[in-house]
Design a protein around this ligand. Sequence first.
Ligand code: TYM
Length: 335
Amino acid sequence: MNRILSGIQPTAAMHLGNYLGAVRNWVGLQDSFETLYCVVDLHALTLPQNPAELRENSRTLAATLMAAGIDPRRSILFVQSSVPAHSELAWLFSCLTPLGWLNRMTQFKEKAGKHKEQAVLGLYSYPVLMAADILIYRATHVPVGEDQKQHLELTREIAGAFNYRYGREYFPLPEPQIFGSATRVMSLRDGTKKMSKSDSSDFSRINMTDDADTIALKIRKAKTDPLPLPAAPEDLEARPEADNLVHIYAALTHKPVAEVLAEFNEAPFSTFKSALTDIAVTALAPIAEEMRRLLADPGYVDGVLHEGGGKARAIADATLREVKEIMGILTPAGP
Ligand code: TYM
């Protein structure tokens, strides 16, 4: 059976990179896979969080996912922490994961920066929890943006290490699904940096919660270079900001980059930016509106997550029981 698990952190509002790189693909995959999507609040705790904001962001993010098309009748939508088996499996995996594998992780190096000694253990072992998120459901496919590729490779290595140690093919080696024309959306202020929730400038990203005027302003202010749009996709290579905006346009309109360039026929960026604004507002405004409608009834959103948590626990607990059995953990029977 093909099963999908993917997750997103409730650190701040979901942005256009999350949407085009991952969430929009999650929506389409609901028709052909059994799908589980989670709000990974335990991962968010690897950086300091305000408790009230974290709780609120988790609910808002769930509402945004539903507004973007995650349908609770077709997908299991839940909060990671409501399924304790994720954390328990993460511990079991941490006893199988060599430090050398974690030392390769570029995201840790980026996030810990120069202050490695002050970085918390959770930030370092983050990818082990991510592997547990996926493998506790024995998921076969994981739709993500380009930046998660290395974590997925580690997940496959951990699955392989478990299978090898215990001499059976218990865990599948999950396939990353990285597709679309915007697998790595870049910052609007710097085309060499990823669009990210943690960037200090709100002008670096388009949030799914932004209204039409904010989207228009951010696109107008987006960094470009003085040249008009090129005629050929190859000519975008040395122009990261231009490349990024064209890829965003291509992704939002479902057109190949070459077709977008042909359509604009070497137009100046002012013309392109106003077309991009219209396209972005048309695509994103209905999602923001639906999110606000859903959040007007927080009890409904919480109810969906509660039900999703129950369904996820049923699958996860069964895996954990089998894993403990395989690893030799005694489960004492009652009287
Ligand atoms: P997170 O919360 O940073 O991002 C959620 C999803 O959005 C993708 N993404 C992007 N795609 C394109 N361009 C960007 N600028 C961009 N920024 C983010 C991410 O690749 C991701 O697919 N570690 C994960 C969360 C996680 C997870 C999991 C994912 C925890 N457990 C299990 C898959 C399976 C993360 O921090 O994603």
